[in-house]
Design a binder for this molecule. Sequence first.
Ligand code: UDP
Length: 312
Amino acid sequence: MRSLVTGGTGFIGSHLCEFLLARGHEVVCMDNLLTGAMDNIAGFSAAPGFSFVRHDVTEYIRVEGPLEYVLHFASPASPRDYLEMPIQTLKVGALGTHKALGLAKAKGATFLLASTSEVYGDPEVHPQREEYWGNVNPIGPRGVYDEAKRFGEAMTMAYHRFHRVETRIARIFNTYGERMRLQDGRAIPAFITQALTGRPLTVYGDGSQTRSFQYISDLVEGIWRLMQSRVTEPVNIGNPQEMTLLELAKKILRLSASSSEIVFEPLPEDDPKVRQPDITRARTLLGWEPRIDVDEGLRRTLAWFRARLARA
Ligand code: UDP
Protein backbone atom coordinates (compact mmCIF):
# COMPACT_ATOMS: atom_id res chain seq x y z
CA MET A 1 0.00 0.00 0.00
CA ARG A 2 1.22 3.47 -0.86
CA SER A 3 -0.45 6.58 0.55
CA LEU A 4 -0.09 10.29 -0.03
CA VAL A 5 -0.72 12.50 2.99
CA THR A 6 -1.11 16.19 2.13
CA GLY A 7 -0.35 18.39 5.11
CA GLY A 8 1.84 15.53 6.28
CA THR A 9 4.13 17.68 8.42
CA GLY A 10 1.24 19.20 10.37
CA PHE A 11 -0.08 18.15 13.76
CA ILE A 12 -2.60 15.57 12.52
CA GLY A 13 -0.83 14.81 9.24
CA SER A 14 2.42 13.81 10.93
CA HIS A 15 0.65 11.44 13.34
CA LEU A 16 -1.17 9.92 10.40
CA CYS A 17 2.08 9.42 8.43
CA GLU A 18 3.67 7.73 11.43
CA PHE A 19 0.65 5.47 11.96
CA LEU A 20 0.54 4.40 8.30
CA LEU A 21 4.28 3.64 8.26
CA ALA A 22 3.83 1.46 11.35
CA ARG A 23 1.17 -0.50 9.44
CA GLY A 24 3.51 -1.13 6.54
CA HIS A 25 2.33 1.57 4.16
CA GLU A 26 4.74 3.49 2.00
CA VAL A 27 4.02 7.14 2.72
CA VAL A 28 4.53 10.20 0.55
CA CYS A 29 4.27 13.19 2.85
CA MET A 30 3.52 16.46 1.02
CA ASP A 31 3.55 19.90 2.59
CA ASN A 32 4.46 23.50 1.77
CA LEU A 33 5.44 24.05 5.44
CA LEU A 34 3.10 27.03 5.81
CA THR A 35 1.89 25.79 9.20
CA GLY A 36 3.61 22.38 9.29
CA ALA A 37 7.16 21.73 10.51
CA MET A 38 9.94 19.29 9.58
CA ASP A 39 10.40 18.76 13.32
CA ASN A 40 7.09 16.88 13.38
CA ILE A 41 8.38 14.18 11.03
CA ALA A 42 11.98 14.08 12.30
CA GLY A 43 11.34 10.92 14.34
CA PHE A 44 10.46 8.81 11.28
CA SER A 45 11.61 10.69 8.17
CA ALA A 46 14.50 8.25 7.66
CA ALA A 47 12.21 5.19 7.86
CA PRO A 48 12.17 2.96 4.77
CA GLY A 49 9.12 3.71 2.65
CA PHE A 50 8.85 7.33 3.75
CA SER A 51 9.45 10.31 1.51
CA PHE A 52 8.85 14.02 1.88
CA VAL A 53 7.92 16.33 -0.99
CA ARG A 54 7.76 20.07 -0.48
CA HIS A 55 4.85 21.26 -2.58
CA ASP A 56 1.85 23.59 -2.39
CA VAL A 57 -1.16 21.40 -3.20
CA THR A 58 -3.13 24.31 -4.64
CA GLU A 59 -0.85 23.79 -7.67
CA TYR A 60 -0.95 20.70 -9.89
CA ILE A 61 0.21 17.67 -7.88
CA ARG A 62 2.66 15.31 -9.53
CA VAL A 63 3.43 11.98 -7.84
CA GLU A 64 5.34 9.22 -9.63
CA GLY A 65 4.23 5.61 -9.19
CA PRO A 66 1.07 4.03 -7.83
CA LEU A 67 -1.05 5.32 -4.95
CA GLU A 68 -3.78 3.45 -3.12
CA TYR A 69 -4.83 6.33 -0.87
CA VAL A 70 -4.83 10.12 -1.11
CA LEU A 71 -5.45 11.60 2.34
CA HIS A 72 -6.04 15.35 2.11
CA PHE A 73 -5.06 16.94 5.41
CA ALA A 74 -3.41 20.15 4.19
CA SER A 75 -4.93 23.33 5.67
CA PRO A 76 -4.33 25.97 8.27
CA ALA A 77 -6.53 24.69 11.10
CA SER A 78 -6.59 27.14 13.97
CA PRO A 79 -8.84 30.22 14.00
CA ARG A 80 -5.74 32.38 14.52
CA ASP A 81 -4.13 30.86 11.42
CA TYR A 82 -7.07 31.33 9.17
CA LEU A 83 -7.52 34.92 10.30
CA GLU A 84 -3.90 35.55 9.33
CA MET A 85 -3.99 33.45 6.13
CA PRO A 86 -7.53 33.76 4.81
CA ILE A 87 -6.70 33.38 1.11
CA GLN A 88 -4.38 30.39 1.59
CA THR A 89 -7.07 28.76 3.76
CA LEU A 90 -9.70 29.19 1.04
CA LYS A 91 -7.31 28.03 -1.66
CA VAL A 92 -6.12 24.85 0.03
CA GLY A 93 -9.66 23.81 0.99
CA ALA A 94 -11.01 24.52 -2.49
CA LEU A 95 -8.24 24.35 -5.12
CA GLY A 96 -6.16 21.94 -3.03
CA THR A 97 -9.07 19.53 -2.63
CA HIS A 98 -9.70 19.70 -6.38
CA LYS A 99 -6.05 18.89 -7.19
CA ALA A 100 -5.92 16.06 -4.66
CA LEU A 101 -9.15 14.59 -6.05
CA GLY A 102 -7.76 14.84 -9.58
CA LEU A 103 -4.70 12.91 -8.46
CA ALA A 104 -6.83 10.24 -6.73
CA LYS A 105 -8.88 9.84 -9.92
CA ALA A 106 -5.76 9.52 -12.08
CA LYS A 107 -4.24 6.90 -9.75
CA GLY A 108 -7.47 4.99 -9.05
CA ALA A 109 -6.83 5.77 -5.36
CA THR A 110 -9.31 6.11 -2.51
CA PHE A 111 -9.59 9.76 -1.47
CA LEU A 112 -10.18 10.88 2.11
CA LEU A 113 -11.05 14.48 2.96
CA ALA A 114 -10.17 15.86 6.37
CA SER A 115 -13.34 17.86 6.87
CA THR A 116 -14.41 19.49 10.10
CA SER A 117 -17.09 20.11 12.69
CA GLU A 118 -16.87 23.72 11.44
CA VAL A 119 -19.19 22.70 8.58
CA TYR A 120 -21.91 22.87 11.27
CA GLY A 121 -20.95 26.49 12.08
CA ASP A 122 -22.60 27.85 15.23
CA PRO A 123 -24.97 24.89 15.47
CA GLU A 124 -28.69 25.08 16.16
CA VAL A 125 -28.82 21.30 16.59
CA HIS A 126 -27.05 19.74 19.54
CA PRO A 127 -25.26 17.36 19.56
CA GLN A 128 -24.36 17.49 15.87
CA ARG A 129 -25.46 14.60 13.66
CA GLU A 130 -24.10 14.23 10.12
CA GLU A 131 -27.60 14.90 8.73
CA TYR A 132 -27.48 18.48 10.07
CA TRP A 133 -26.64 21.02 7.33
CA GLY A 134 -25.14 23.61 9.61
CA ASN A 135 -25.36 27.31 10.41
CA VAL A 136 -22.34 29.02 8.85
CA ASN A 137 -21.76 32.73 8.28
CA PRO A 138 -20.14 32.76 4.81
CA ILE A 139 -18.67 36.26 5.17
CA GLY A 140 -17.51 36.10 8.81
CA PRO A 141 -13.87 35.63 9.85
CA ARG A 142 -14.27 31.85 10.09
CA GLY A 143 -16.08 31.66 6.75
CA VAL A 144 -12.79 31.21 4.89
CA TYR A 145 -12.23 27.88 6.63
CA ASP A 146 -15.83 26.73 6.99
CA GLU A 147 -16.85 27.47 3.42
CA ALA A 148 -13.67 26.01 1.93
CA LYS A 149 -14.29 22.77 3.82
CA ARG A 150 -17.95 22.77 2.75
CA PHE A 151 -16.85 23.31 -0.85
CA GLY A 152 -14.34 20.48 -0.36
CA GLU A 153 -17.14 18.15 0.75
CA ALA A 154 -19.24 19.15 -2.27
CA MET A 155 -16.29 18.60 -4.63
CA THR A 156 -15.55 15.23 -3.01
CA MET A 157 -19.14 14.05 -3.51
CA ALA A 158 -19.10 15.35 -7.11
CA TYR A 159 -15.95 13.31 -7.87
CA HIS A 160 -17.60 10.32 -6.26
CA ARG A 161 -20.87 10.66 -8.14
CA PHE A 162 -19.57 11.87 -11.50
CA HIS A 163 -16.14 10.22 -11.73
CA ARG A 164 -16.88 7.22 -9.46
CA VAL A 165 -13.84 7.98 -7.30
CA GLU A 166 -13.88 6.08 -3.99
CA THR A 167 -14.21 8.86 -1.44
CA ARG A 168 -14.43 9.27 2.35
CA ILE A 169 -15.25 12.37 4.38
CA ALA A 170 -14.13 12.63 8.02
CA ARG A 171 -15.71 15.48 9.97
CA ILE A 172 -13.03 16.02 12.57
CA PHE A 173 -14.00 17.62 15.88
CA ASN A 174 -11.56 19.46 18.18
CA THR A 175 -8.42 17.34 18.47
CA TYR A 176 -5.36 17.83 20.67
CA GLY A 177 -2.09 16.16 21.52
CA GLU A 178 1.64 16.15 20.99
CA ARG A 179 3.07 18.31 18.15
CA MET A 180 0.53 21.12 18.36
CA ARG A 181 2.37 24.40 18.00
CA LEU A 182 2.91 26.43 21.16
CA GLN A 183 1.67 29.57 19.40
CA ASP A 184 -1.12 27.85 17.53
CA GLY A 185 -3.73 29.97 19.33
CA ARG A 186 -6.20 27.15 19.98
CA ALA A 187 -7.55 26.64 23.47
CA ILE A 188 -5.56 23.58 24.58
CA PRO A 189 -2.07 24.65 23.43
CA ALA A 190 -2.78 28.19 24.65
CA PHE A 191 -3.94 27.10 28.13
CA ILE A 192 -1.16 24.53 28.53
CA THR A 193 1.57 26.97 27.50
CA GLN A 194 0.13 29.64 29.80
CA ALA A 195 -0.23 27.21 32.73
CA LEU A 196 3.33 25.92 32.35
CA THR A 197 4.89 29.37 32.05
CA GLY A 198 2.93 30.92 34.92
CA ARG A 199 0.99 33.32 32.72
CA PRO A 200 -2.79 33.84 33.05
CA LEU A 201 -5.07 31.52 31.11
CA THR A 202 -6.99 33.56 28.54
CA VAL A 203 -10.59 32.37 28.52
CA TYR A 204 -12.61 34.05 25.76
CA GLY A 205 -16.09 35.27 26.63
CA ASP A 206 -17.44 34.05 29.96
CA GLY A 207 -16.12 30.55 29.23
CA SER A 208 -19.60 29.02 29.04
CA GLN A 209 -19.18 27.98 25.40
CA THR A 210 -18.59 24.25 25.06
CA ARG A 211 -16.29 22.01 23.05
CA SER A 212 -15.60 18.26 23.05
CA PHE A 213 -11.92 17.36 22.80
CA GLN A 214 -10.49 14.15 21.37
CA TYR A 215 -6.96 12.89 21.76
CA ILE A 216 -4.91 12.49 18.59
CA SER A 217 -4.49 8.68 18.74
CA ASP A 218 -8.27 8.22 18.81
CA LEU A 219 -8.64 10.41 15.74
CA VAL A 220 -5.95 8.56 13.78
CA GLU A 221 -7.57 5.20 14.57
CA GLY A 222 -10.91 6.60 13.36
CA ILE A 223 -9.34 7.84 10.11
CA TRP A 224 -7.70 4.44 9.59
CA ARG A 225 -11.02 2.64 9.99
CA LEU A 226 -12.84 5.11 7.74
CA MET A 227 -10.29 4.89 4.92
CA GLN A 228 -10.59 1.09 4.87
CA SER A 229 -14.39 1.11 5.05
CA ARG A 230 -16.84 1.58 2.15
CA VAL A 231 -18.56 4.53 3.84
CA THR A 232 -19.01 7.40 1.40
CA GLU A 233 -21.20 9.66 3.52
CA PRO A 234 -19.51 12.00 6.02
CA VAL A 235 -18.62 10.54 9.42
CA ASN A 236 -18.11 12.57 12.61
CA ILE A 237 -14.87 11.64 14.36
CA GLY A 238 -14.72 13.17 17.81
CA ASN A 239 -14.99 12.55 21.52
CA PRO A 240 -18.48 13.33 22.87
CA GLN A 241 -17.05 14.29 26.32
CA GLU A 242 -18.36 17.89 26.26
CA MET A 243 -17.21 20.63 28.64
CA THR A 244 -17.24 24.39 28.95
CA LEU A 245 -14.04 26.29 28.19
CA LEU A 246 -13.93 27.47 31.78
CA GLU A 247 -14.03 23.83 32.93
CA LEU A 248 -11.23 23.04 30.50
CA ALA A 249 -9.09 25.90 31.83
CA LYS A 250 -9.61 24.73 35.44
CA LYS A 251 -8.84 21.15 34.50
CA ILE A 252 -5.54 22.18 32.89
CA LEU A 253 -4.63 24.23 35.98
CA ARG A 254 -5.30 21.20 38.18
CA LEU A 255 -3.48 18.66 35.98
CA SER A 256 -0.43 20.90 35.64
CA ALA A 257 -0.47 21.97 39.31
CA SER A 258 -0.15 25.52 38.03
CA SER A 259 -0.93 28.60 40.08
CA SER A 260 -1.73 30.75 37.05
CA GLU A 261 -4.91 32.78 37.25
CA ILE A 262 -7.75 32.85 34.74
CA VAL A 263 -8.51 36.07 32.84
CA PHE A 264 -11.49 36.72 30.57
CA GLU A 265 -11.04 38.23 27.11
CA PRO A 266 -13.57 39.12 24.41
CA LEU A 267 -15.22 36.24 22.59
CA PRO A 268 -14.10 36.13 18.92
CA GLU A 269 -16.74 36.82 16.28
CA ASP A 270 -18.89 33.81 15.27
CA ASP A 271 -17.32 31.61 17.96
CA PRO A 272 -19.64 28.56 18.14
CA LYS A 273 -21.51 28.44 21.46
CA VAL A 274 -21.70 24.65 21.67
CA ARG A 275 -20.09 21.68 19.97
CA GLN A 276 -20.45 17.97 20.57
CA PRO A 277 -20.32 15.15 18.05
CA ASP A 278 -23.04 12.55 17.73
CA ILE A 279 -20.83 9.55 16.90
CA THR A 280 -23.58 6.98 16.32
CA ARG A 281 -22.51 6.66 12.69
CA ALA A 282 -18.84 6.01 13.52
CA ARG A 283 -19.87 3.55 16.23
CA THR A 284 -22.23 1.60 13.97
CA LEU A 285 -20.43 1.74 10.63
CA LEU A 286 -16.79 1.71 11.76
CA GLY A 287 -17.03 0.05 15.18
CA TRP A 288 -15.04 3.04 16.40
CA GLU A 289 -15.22 5.12 19.52
CA PRO A 290 -12.65 7.14 21.45
CA ARG A 291 -10.65 5.33 24.13
CA ILE A 292 -8.57 8.07 25.73
CA ASP A 293 -10.30 9.99 28.47
CA VAL A 294 -9.61 13.73 28.41
CA ASP A 295 -7.66 13.73 31.71
CA GLU A 296 -5.36 11.01 30.39
CA GLY A 297 -4.91 12.73 27.01
CA LEU A 298 -4.19 16.06 28.68
CA ARG A 299 -1.59 14.46 30.97
CA ARG A 300 0.27 13.08 27.97
CA THR A 301 -0.01 16.39 26.14
CA LEU A 302 1.21 18.33 29.18
CA ALA A 303 4.29 16.10 29.40
CA TRP A 304 5.10 16.79 25.76
CA PHE A 305 4.59 20.56 26.10
CA ARG A 306 6.79 20.58 29.22
CA ALA A 307 9.63 18.96 27.29
CA ARG A 308 9.01 21.23 24.33
CA LEU A 309 9.12 24.39 26.45
CA ALA A 310 12.31 23.22 28.12
CA ARG A 311 14.00 23.12 24.71
CA ALA A 312 12.44 26.37 23.44
N1 UDP B 1 -10.48 29.93 23.48
C1 UDP B 1 -10.23 30.54 24.69
N2 UDP B 1 -8.95 31.00 24.96
C2 UDP B 1 -7.91 30.83 24.09
C3 UDP B 1 -8.17 30.18 22.86
C4 UDP B 1 -9.46 29.74 22.59
O1 UDP B 1 -11.13 30.69 25.51
O2 UDP B 1 -6.80 31.27 24.41
C5 UDP B 1 -11.84 29.46 23.19
C6 UDP B 1 -12.42 29.89 21.86
O3 UDP B 1 -13.03 31.15 21.94
C7 UDP B 1 -13.42 28.78 21.60
C8 UDP B 1 -12.77 27.56 22.26
O4 UDP B 1 -11.79 28.07 23.15
O5 UDP B 1 -14.64 29.05 22.25
C9 UDP B 1 -12.08 26.62 21.30
O6 UDP B 1 -11.26 27.41 20.48
P1 UDP B 1 -10.18 26.81 19.52
O7 UDP B 1 -9.47 27.97 18.90
O8 UDP B 1 -9.38 25.81 20.25
O9 UDP B 1 -10.99 26.02 18.40
P2 UDP B 1 -12.44 26.17 17.74
O10 UDP B 1 -13.21 25.06 18.34
O11 UDP B 1 -13.07 27.49 18.10
O12 UDP B 1 -12.17 26.03 16.31
